[in-house]
Write a protein that binds this ligand. Structure first.
Ligand code: WT7
Length: 656
């Protein structure tokens, strides 16, 4: 990130100087009410993590807590466990009748699923998957909407030792195809369709389009959600409900090695295809169970917990599925959009189910702010006792609004920093003990060790800004990039060596040692709390027949977070007009998914380049955000910038 950006962000963050000490009432009942866990973990991190691993059921205990081999560490070596067993079986005796999910469909249909019921469905599906030829060590792709069959499918895979690769239902056929092929998935579990904002999403159609180019897929399991007409391939497709009808409910969980792969989840990198982030069983389960318990101060007997993310992202994997279920929590799971049928849908749900803990993203909070306080005010939200935030830096204005209008001015707000790679929350407040500063994720979780360093890797010290690094392994960290370990080492351990993980975020340490996360420092944009690389969107744009060249940047927006701006040079005989703009947006939506569609497209005859031909995205970012330009003397075509800027300004004005 450019120095100027950092300064501006910090200035904005520091405008809000209020701090919030934890309410005494909260601390009294909190799972963490003093600093002893921090002290324990500081003194002996391995012993601390071992104590957290004890939260799980192990078929066989580990021989070593940590086997160090930078950058390939192993945790709980020799231990044997099963994630599905930990999420289901061990709760049955005492809490089988406890609700695992209160599920709410977008059209208004509802289902309540107890742990015993989920166990039954998962066991049946696990047997059914076996009957389709899925074996321990295989990969299964899952492309489902937010319906209970999604966690069931994940747990069924985990039960038999197959790794799942969940692909977000909003991704296109092409994205699905790439992910299936990269992981060589044997079976795909999908649905006939899903509901979004009252409309139908034709998932099976995308599936058919993708799978025709996926030679590894042998069977497609289809959940009936919408009962719309779909195409059917007899020898390939099988209905989920028919599979389950005949399946036995008796399916003992495989004893997996602690380091066996639990799942792959794809995330964007700066270059090339998305990275298949690999998580293993023992370390990941330890991390999500521990953090879900302490960060959300979970009381599984009484809390109703709602993480409003989509399971297609890591937030949902860790804090809708594995963390909450491992802890025996009762969750709310909602299928649809926050404004369907009206903009108070979330608040109506919280009121109806007495939700006590809500975990969501700043982008959602800012949307609610825009819609106004009348919507939450219509409902009784007094059941809420804790709020969480994740996905991007939360601007203090949104933080304060969230606490005031959703949390009734009383609830702690935990800002949680982490990534697909870290698997679990890594920098965060603990609500019973942390004095909160809106905009800061406070400090590393017990057992996580971080620092802020400069370009050379030297600590910047209190008051300094630079790059965030994680300096000691912790259990829930990913182990590699699927099929490309070289890329794993190069992407994350090249900058500061094998001992120091580089997450790609800028950060500042304040005088009290609080961490202020400042966003990505690479060519990765954060759109609504999800990573999209400039490279992916550029590739999608130049893939269109009318485009000669394209450069993409993220435009920071005080309200929207980050939006995508594309600078596009059309081919010689093509005119950059409204209709091309529309076509390109649709094209990117088709190639990657709606989330990646540029908000603005600016047509230009040329792009600013260095003499060696490298596109200067930094300058384009300045243009997009209406800043003064820095040094342009190294450009081969400086005058083009004035032209681009004029167009950008006039377009911004017309976008309002
Ligand atoms: C990137 C990871 C972790 C689940 C959702 C995103 C940004 C995430 C915060 C936060 C500031 C944050 C970082 C990070 N980020 N949480 N609380 N404060 N930034 O997962 O897609 O892997 O993205 O999201 O830039 O690197 P992801």
């Amino acid at each position: 990130m450019v120095e100027r950006d950092v300064e501006k962000t910090i200035e904005a963050l520091l405008e809000e100087r209020r701090t919030f000490v934890p309410p005494e009432e909260f601390t009294k009942q909190a799972n963490v009410s003093d600093d002893s866990f921090y002290e324990q973990a500081e003194a002996d991190p391995d012993a601390w993590w071992a104590s957290q691993a004890e939260r799980l059921h192990w078929f066989q205990k580990w021989d070593h807590v940590l086997r160090r081999d930078p950058p390939h560490h192993e945790w709980f070596v020799g231990g044997k466990l099963n994630a599905s067993y930990n999420c289901l079986d061990r709760h049955l005796e005492e809490n089988g009748e406890r609700v695992a999910y209160h599920w709410i469909g977008e059209p208004g249909d509802k289902r309540t699923i107890t742990y015993a019921e989920l166990h039954r469905d998962v066991s049946k599906l696990a047997n059914a998957l076996k009957s389709l030829g899925v074996r321990r060590g295989d990969r299964v792709a899952i492309y489902l909407p937010m319906i209970p069959e999604l966690p069931a499918a994940m747990l069924a895979c985990a039960r038999i030792g197959a790794a799942h690769s969940v692909v977000f239902g909003g991704f296109s056929a092409e994205s699905l195809k790439d992910r299936i092929n990269d992981a060589d998935c044997k079976v795909l579990i999908t649905a006939d369709g899903s509901y979004r904002r009252g409309g139908l999403v034709p998932l099976k159609q995308s599936t058919d389009e993708a799978v025709k180019d996926c030679p590894s897929i042998e069977k497609v399991v289809v959940v009936q959600r919408t009962a719309e007409d779909i195409d059917w391939i007899d020898e390939r497709d099988v209905w989920y409900h028919e599979l389950l009808k005949d399946a036995s409910i008796d399916c003992p969980a495989e004893e997996m090695d602690s380091e066996d792969m639990l799942f792959i989840l794809y995330t964007s990198g700066t270059t090339g295809k998305p990275k298949g982030i690999v998580h293993t069983t023992g370390g990941y389960m330890t991390g999500v169970s521990s953090t879900h318990n302490l960060v959300f101060d979970l009381k599984p007997e009484v809390d109703v917990y709602w993480c409003a993310a989509d399971i297609g992202w890591v937030t949902g994997h860790s804090y809708i599925v594995y963390g909450p279920l491992a802890n025996g929590a009762t969750s709310v799971m909602y299928e649809g959009a926050p404004d369907h049928p009206d903009k108070d849908r979330w608040w109506q749900i919280i009121d109806e189910y007495d939700v006590s803990i809500l975990y969501t993203a700043p982008t959602a909070i800012r949307t609610f702010m825009k819609w106004g306080t009348d919507y939450p005010a219509k409902h009784d939200l007094s059941s809420l006792r804790l709020l969480g935030s994740v996905g991007e830096p939360i601007n203090p204005e949104a933080w304060i609004w969230y606490q005031e209008f959703i949390g009734g001015g009383k609830t702690p707000v935990v800002d949680t920093w982490w990534q697909t790679e870290t698997g679990a929350i890594a920098i965060t407040a603990l609500p019973g003990v942390s004095t909160l500063k809106p905009g800061s994720a406070t400090r590393p979780y017990p057992g996580v060790f971080a620092d802020v360093v400069d370009e050379k890797g030297e600590s910047v010290g209190l008051g300094g800004g630079g790059y965030l690094v994680l300096t000691r392994p912790f259990p829930s960290m990913f182990r590699t990039i699927f099929g490309d370990d070289e890329r794993y080492v190069k992407t994350y351990f090249d900058k500061y060596g094998n001992e120091t993980y580089f997450p790609g975020d800028g950060a500042k340490l304040d005088e009290e040692g609080y961490y202020w996360l400042l966003g990505r420092v690479d060519d990765v944009m954060n759109v609504s709390g999800h990573r999209i690389s400039t490279y992916e969107v550029e590739s999608a744009l130049v893939d269109h027949h009318g485009v000669a060249e394209a450069a993409v940047v993220g435009r920071k927006h005080p309200k929207e977070g980050e939006t995508i701006v594309a600078f596009v040079t059309p081919k010689g005989d093509v005119t950059g007009d409204e209709s091309l703009m529309k076509e390109l947006r649709e094209h990117v939506g088709k190639v990657i998914g709606k989330i990646a569609r540029p908000q603005s497209i600016i047509f230009t005859d040329d792009l600013p380049k260095t003499r060696s031909g490298k596109i200067m995205r930094r300058l384009l970012r300045d243009v997009a955000e209406g800043r003064d330009l820095g040094d342009v003397t190294t450009l081969q075509n400086a005058p083009i910038l004035d032209e681009i800027r004029a167009k950008s300004e006039s377009q911004k004005a017309s976008e309002g």
